[in-house]
Design a protein around this ligand. Sequence first.
Ligand SMILES: [Cu+2]
Length: 121
Amino acid sequence: MRTLAAFLLVTATALAGCTGSGGGGGDYVTPETDEEGRYVIKMLPSNKFSPELAKVPVGATVVWVNEGGGHNTQSRDELWVSTVSSELGEHFEYTFEEAGSFEYVCLPHESLGMVGEILVE
Ligand SMILES: [Cu+2]
């Protein structure tokens, strides 16, 4: 447990270092889509978003799916704020109409490094 927490802290630091560098060098992954064409980001029991750095096209709908643990998703500027839920399979979706970079966190686990970013382009 202690090792995991330390690792997450390192990850959070690395993420923070990446942000604001004007892009480039980041390892952004295009998430898999579900049957409705929504890009799926998992909220894991290990208190991480997966993928943490996601890349989607303008107009994409992203859906966060709870795979275990009491999580929420909210952007740093509160463009979206979901309720905290520990219900398995609970999901929240948001459609990105404009290009940009959107940092978000899981409020209960932000200090554990449960943060993510979505690059819309
Ligand atoms: Cu969480």
